[in-house]
Design a protein around this ligand. Structure first.
Ligand code: G3P
Ligand code: MG
Length: 446
């Protein structure tokens, strides 16, 4: 699927960075691309016994950066990849720029930094991970403040109440969860299995709004106190697919996002998309399209993308095959790469979730990922306006496995390596800096 299909609606106005994602030029990917898949580079290099300590190496490393995927790259579930912790300390101590670019979400960046530190065996006090985590929805921090202040969003994910609190911290003034809606009117969803668990926490609807049983669904004379949703934010994989699909569907068939109404444009063959989603319904944002992700379980697990497929299936069945129009964030969305690139250019991990004023150019960014469909595809297609090259490295510790049926991934990386430590060794050698995986994975801090 081309990226243009992943983002079907205009990006809200952003503060601080350009969202003009550009198409990749595959020609630009010829950099060192003579390297064959599964091979290691033997580029001319300065031999280093103690690591990259000479001036030429330092200069080379100051012009590159790393973007680390998390699941399947740094750990598998609770199991850390051996050597990852030591390697991260090494690149930190050599002042190399890096971020963690994950499709995980539904929580605060600081919560992720703490859980990542814990799983890798790093202390929270070590300045290795803090302020470097970019979640699938982190770019929403840069959305226009007016958009966040004026509208009402429906937010959902694995823990909607946590997601709501994070959304509030991002500046979304009115964030409603599915639990708020069924608390306001239990007729919206005629089942109560999870009322005392997942949906236990709720808040009154904002501004005294209500969800009425007596509204005429086809009337355009909507009561002033009817709940209107302006945007739907799916931040990660919901746990109650049934309720969330019901409420999202209700909003996508509504008149202008008023819950309980039905648009008279639905099914009108004279309109685009047969009239579906043509009546000012809320914009649907999905921050993560990963069908699969990697844990310690031997078989890949379903991610948020599986929920999206379920939603698409229900939507197609109920609309007679209409396209579900939505906007995507997270890898491989080019907005996400644009955001990460901007953070790396203005690298300032002392600034919480932000960036410094000073811009330092980059020659190359290495994306280390385990998922060809998101990590590799996104990096391959990203061609920032400043000419920096994004190089994709696929590791074998995650989602992708070579099988008899699939000898090579659909989206091909520049190189495939065993794990994240090998990936960094490969990238440094590619820059002419001769390091070994043993050095990277050693406790030695030099
Ligand atoms: O839910 C997380 C999963 O979809 C992938 O996370 O770190 O591999 O991008 P990550
Ligand atoms: Mg991954």
């Amino acid at each position: 699927m081309p990226v243009s299909q992943l983002v079907t609606r205009p990006w809200p106005t952003l503060n601080g960075f350009s969202a003009s994602a550009t198409r990749a030029s595959t020609d630009r990917r010829r950099f060192h691309a003579a390297t064959l898949l599964h091979e290691k580079v033997n580029s001319p290099s300065r031999s280093l016994q103690q690591g990259p300590v000479d001036d030429a190496s330092r200069k080379a490393l100051s012009e590159i950066a790393f973007a680390f995927d998390i699941d399947g790259v740094l750990y598998q579930g609770q199991r850390a990849i051996p050597g990852a912790k030591e390697m991260l300390r090494k690149i930190r101590s050599h002042d190399i720029r890096y971020v963690f670019l994950t499709n995980g979400g539904g929580s605060h960046e600081d919560a992720k930094y703490k859980s990542l530190s814990k799983r890798l065996g790093l202390s929270e006090d070590e300045d290795v991970i803090r302020n470097r985590v970019i979640l699938s929805h982190t770019p929403m921090r840069g959305w226009d403040e007016n958009v966040k202040k004026q509208g009402t969003v429906l937010i959902t994910g694995s823990h909607p109440e946590i997601a709501r609190r994070v959304a509030n911290e991002y500046g979304f003034a009115r964030a409603v969860t599915p639990a708020d809606i069924i608390e306001a009117n239990d007729k919206v969803y005629p089942f109560d299995n999870l009322r005392e668990s997942l949906h236990k926490e709720s808040r009154p609807l904002p501004d005294g709004k209500i969800v009425s049983n007596t509204i005429d669904p086809y009337s355009k004379d909507v009561p002033a106190n009817a709940l209107k949703i302006d945007q739907i934010l799916v931040w990660n994989d919901p746990r109650d697919w049934s309720l969330d699909i019901q409420v999202i569907h209700d909003l996508l068939i509504s008149h202008r996002g008023y819950l309980g109404t039905i648009s008279d444009k639905n099914g009108n063959a004279l309109l685009p998309n047969n009239g579906w989603q043509q009546d000012g319904q809320p914009q649907l944002w999905i921050s993560n399209l990963d069908l699969l992700w990697k844990t310690e379980y031997p078989v890949n697990r379903f991610g948020t993308g599986a929920f999206v497929e379920a939603l698409k299936g229900v939507w197609a069945a109920s609309t007679g095959g209409a396209e579900l129009q939505f906007s995507a964030l997270g890898k491989p969305s080019q907005h996400t790469y644009e955001y990460a690139h901007d953070r790396l250019l203005h690298h300032a991990p002392e600034e919480p979730h932000g960036k410094g004023q000073k811009k330092r150019a980059l020659k190359r960014v290495y994306m280390i990922g385990d998922n060809p469909e998101s990590d590799i595809r996104g990096a391959n297609e990203f061609a920032p306006a400043d000419g920096t090259e994004w190089i994709s490295i696929l590791v074998k510790t995650g989602v992708w496995k070579e099988t008899a049926a699939e000898r090579e991934p659909r989206y091909k990386p520049t190189v495939i390596v065993d794990d994240v430590v090998e990936a960094i060794a490969w990238a440094m050698r590619n820059e002419g800096v001769d390091v070994t995986r043993e050095w990277l994975a050693s406790e030695d801090w030099v």
